[in-house]
Design a protein around this ligand. Structure first.
Ligand SMILES: NC(=O)c1ccc[n+]([C@@H]2O[C@H](COP(=O)([O-])OP(=O)(O)OC[C@H]3O[C@@H](n4cnc5c(N)ncnc54)[C@H](OP(=O)(O)O)[C@@H]3O)[C@@H](O)[C@H]2O)c1
Length: 328
């Protein structure tokens, strides 16, 4: 099969090579001896793959390896007793191995793909939408009627967080850095959009009538203190990532004085050894697809052999929505 591997740790421009590899056996590292074999139609590209080309992500397989954490495609084979069958359209999280014509995913991370979504959209459904649901509902304890501020609102996690928050009955305010990204955040369904280089904290407080309930933060960096200041009493900042480059530090007296919280949300670390949690989140995400709230936004598509360009686009802060590799 055709595949793309990370062969060294020199960064997105040079670390990838296109190769021919034997097709994988029906076994996955999370479920040894068992796995769903998928003919990949589209592979999702994400920030972690950029980090992996530099050896900077927590998952560091020995070189060379096929990166790519999620796919959409057609089931070629499923384990005995599985709720999936050959020929089913699916979206799946595979952790590694997505940048290839055939990939293997654990059964508990493989979900029926609605006819409402094409394969490119399906390849953006697991990592970002499961993270968004986990972060907002399970960690952020979002309830209907609350207001959510989303940083990086035109990005993969950001657009997903806007749509999931809307589906959970929240009002959403997106924070973005450009006109183009403002358009994408609005397309995702943000009720309001504010600029990261403007007075976004004050605008968010005004728009929410005194402070937001939840901040979804995949960016980190120097805006973190203003995220805390944008909360109302009992508000929560949910920490998801650090695309801004630096890991913020919190002066915890702020939490005490304002009765607020900082909550960590590491979806992978939490969910990977809990099959039932994944099934429940998958069912909720598919419910939000059926209800019309979840429609992944595909910002750019590349053929497999141009995977390096896809990673470079994310690295240069140029990505919007989901970046996808078309494999078939
Ligand atoms: N915790 C979890 O379970 C989990 C799960 C999935 C992903 N993540 C993490 O979440 C983060 C976001 O992932 P993503 O797929 O949404 O990425 P993405 O699509 O590239 O979006 C990230 C956003 O960050 C903003 N940003 C601010 N400063 C930036 C900088 N210096 N360089 C690049 N972007 C910058 C950009 O928005 P503006 O230009 O509008 O500021 C960009 O749209 C990553 O760190 C990823 O590893 C965490």
């Amino acid at each position: 099969m055709r595949a793309v591997q990370i062969v060294d740790l020199t960064g997105p421009g040079s670390a990838l090579a296109q190769v021919e590899l034997p097709e994988p056996e029906p076994t996955h590292m999370l479920t040894p001896g068992s796995g769903v074999v998928i003919d990949v139609h589209a592979a999702g590209v994400s920030f972690p793959e950029v980090l992996q080309t530099r050896g900077e992500y927590q998952l560091k397989p020995p070189l060379p390896f096929v990166p790519g954490s999620e796919v959409a495609g057609v089931v070629r084979s499923a384990p005995d007793g599985s709720r999936l069958s050959e020929g089913d359209r699916v979206a799946a999280g595979c952790l590694l191995g997505a940048f290839a014509e055939v990939a293997v995913a654990p059964e508990f991370l493989t979900f029926p793909l609605s006819d409402e979504l094409d394969y490119a959209q399906g390849s953006g459904l697991v990592l970002n939408y499961h993270t968004a649901y986990f972060s907002l509902k399970l960690r952020g304890r979002l309830v209907e009627g609350e207001t959510v501020l989303v940083h990086g609102a035109a990005g993969g996690v950001g657009t997903a967080a806007i749509q999931v928050a809307k589906g959970l009955g929240a009002r959403t305010i997106g924070v973005v850095s450009s006109d183009d990204k403002e358009r994408v955040a609005r397309e995702a369904g943000a009720d309001d959009v504010v600029r990261s280089d403007g007075a976004w904290k004050d605008e968010a407080k005004e728009l929410s009538g005194g402070g937001v309930d939840v901040v979804v933060d995949p960016v980190g960096g120097d805006r973190f203190t203003d995220s805390l200041r944008s909360l109302r009493e009992e508000g929560r900042v949910v920490v998801i990532g650090f695309t801004g480059g630096s890991i913020p530090e919190v002066r915890v007296n702020r939490l005490l004085l304002n009765n607020t919280e900082v909550v960590g949300a590491g979806w992978g670390a939490f969910a990977m050894n809990k099959p039932q949690v994944n099934r429940e989140i998958g069912a909720e995400v598919n419910r939000l697809v059926d209800e019309g709230f979840v429609r992944p936004i595909v910002g750019a598509r590349f053929p497999l052999e141009r995977a390096g360009e896809a990673l470079a686009l994310i690295d240069a802060r140029g990505a919007t929505g989901k970046i996808v590799l078309d494999i078939r």
